[in-house]
Write a protein that binds this ligand. Structure first.
Ligand SMILES: Cc1cc2nc3c(=O)[nH]c(=O)nc-3n(C[C@H](O)[C@H](O)[C@H](O)COP(=O)(O)OP(=O)(O)OC[C@H]3O[C@@H](n4cnc5c(N)ncnc54)[C@H](O)[C@@H]3O)c2cc1C
Length: 402
């Protein structure tokens, strides 16, 4: 059986950033990455909105706040060093109601507590100078927000780690794990391996890795599909950069927004609906195992109990395009249904506990030989190098104690 110092499962941006940081710090490490797909970054990383998040939204002191702020700086440095195109274009958060205006002030304060500078509340006429078609009473300008292609970032990370002799095994699915005293045995659909340290960055399947280790499962991944439209090319002028609503503080999604992508396209969305398949990008996709895992989880019913009204509305809006257009018109009244064409979709891995709490912060589970990234939703792409640095430090510590 082939032996490694470290085996890492999952070649999304969190796994690749971890490998990148590890090989920078300890290039002699014998590292193997196992990925079930035939390419890297096929799931959350390859289907996200490509925003470099500023860190304004997250609770001060949370892992999201700390890693987003540190990861932001690390991401820009990585892109500069590797000639990856990005743009710090800033974004506007639009307050449409008086309630929103109050929350805008709170958001600004939160951003400042997280270390952001240059945040500015704009009057309607000031906001119109940047986004002439946007509706608002007031708006918050966030200068740090940027746009990027995270697939390109992932590819550059991969180039570096392959140059350091890391093995990438594609089309290999982790099926079983045996956590021994000194080593972990990895059983895949085609081969068995042994490693001193095992790391899992499995995104939509992170809870299943925990289950493989026979740990009592307190968290399950509930997949939510984000469905997007694109503005037709001749209507892209309606959005200069990024336009977001004031988010609902009780819900871990940002609400329907507009994002100018690094490709020049303008994305509008998402509808966030329960996905019946963890990697199901179409409305009709379903998978019996994934459905069973969702519908047999007590926490799921608690989520429904808490959020059923929002859930029903999101489904309604997913089916009824005019309702989706209504949501967009709150931000840009000039938009009409004929300005939109179908865009892509992405499935978000949302961890949920038994009580139906949607876990907002990043979450890791660890034992002597194992590190598992259990919840890494947005802004984990922005934060990836910071998360990767933390995990690589944990790996090095374990290797030294092994
Ligand atoms: C619609 C959407 C928009 C988003 N927008 C943004 C944004 O603008 N900015 C931002 O910072 N973040 C954004 N995010 C969040 C960000 O994309 C994710 O947090 C990040 O990509 C997570 O990376 P990951 O490596 O953990 O997961 P993934 O990219 O999902 O990678 C996990 C990998 O593990 C592999 N895997 C799983 N199980 C196994 C197994 N048993 N064996 C082998 N391989 C396995 C999978 O095939 C996959 O390749 C968005 C997310 C979504 C869904």
């Amino acid at each position: 059986m082939k032996k490694y110092d470290v085996i890492l499962v999952g070649a999304g941006i969190v796994g690749l950033a971890t490998a990148y940081k590890l090989m920078k710090e300890k290039p002699e490490t014998k590292l193997c990455i196992i990925e079930k797909e035939d390419i890297i970054a096929k799931h959350q990383t390859g289907n996200n909105s490509g925003v470099i998040h500023s860190g304004i939204y997250y609770k001060p002191g949370s892992l999201k706040a700390l890693n987003c702020r540190r990861g932001y700086e690390m991401m820009l440095k990585f892109c500069d060093e590797n000639e990856i195109k990005y743009e710090i274009c800033g974004k506007l958060i639009s307050a449409i109601t008086e309630d929103d205006v109050k929350r805008l002030d709170e958001l600004k304060q939160r951003g400042e507590e997280n270390g952001l500078t240059g945040l500015k509340i704009l009057s309607k006429s000031e906001a119109k100078e940047s986004e002439p078609y946007m509706e608002c009473i007031k708006a918050l300008y966030v200068p740090q927000t940027g746009i990027i292609d995270y697939k390109q970032v992932s590819k550059k990370m991969l180039d570096f780690i392959l140059s350091k002799g890391v093995e990438l095994k594609l089309n290999k699915k982790l099926e079983k794990l045996i956590d021994g005293n000194k080593n972990v045995t990895i059983i895949t659909n085609s081969g068995e391996y042994e490693t001193k340290v095992f790391v899992s960055c499995a995104g939509l399947h992170s809870d299943r890795i925990v289950k493989m280790l026979n740990k009592k499962q307190d968290v399950r991944i509930i997949p939510f599909r984000g469905e997007y439209f694109l503005l037709k090319e001749e209507k892209r002028y309606l959005v200069k950069n990024l336009i977001y609503p004031v988010p609902n503080p009780n819900f871990p999604f940002l609400g329907v927004h507009f994002t100018r992508m690094i490709t020049g396209e303008v994305e509008a969305g998402p509808n966030a609906v329960l996905a019946l398949k963890r990697e199901g990008y179409n409305k009709s996709d379903f998978n019996l195992r994934d459905m069973k895992d969702t519908f047999t989880w007590k926490g799921f019913y608690n989520v429904i109990w808490k959020y059923w009204q929002t859930g029903v509305y999101e489904y309604y809006r997913s089916i009824m395009k005019y309702e989706f257009v209504n949501s967009l018109q709150r931000l840009i009244p000039e938009i009409s249904s004929k300005d939109l064409e179908p865009g892509g979709s992405g499935v978000r891995a949302q961890a949920c506990d038994r009580n139906g709490n949607l876990i907002d912060d990043f979450l890791f589970s660890e034992s002597a030989n194992v590190i598992n990234v259990l919840n890494a939703p947005s802004p984990a792409a922005t934060s990836s190098l910071s998360i990767g640095l933390t995990i690589s430090e944990k790996i090095i510590q374990r290797l030294e104690n092994n």
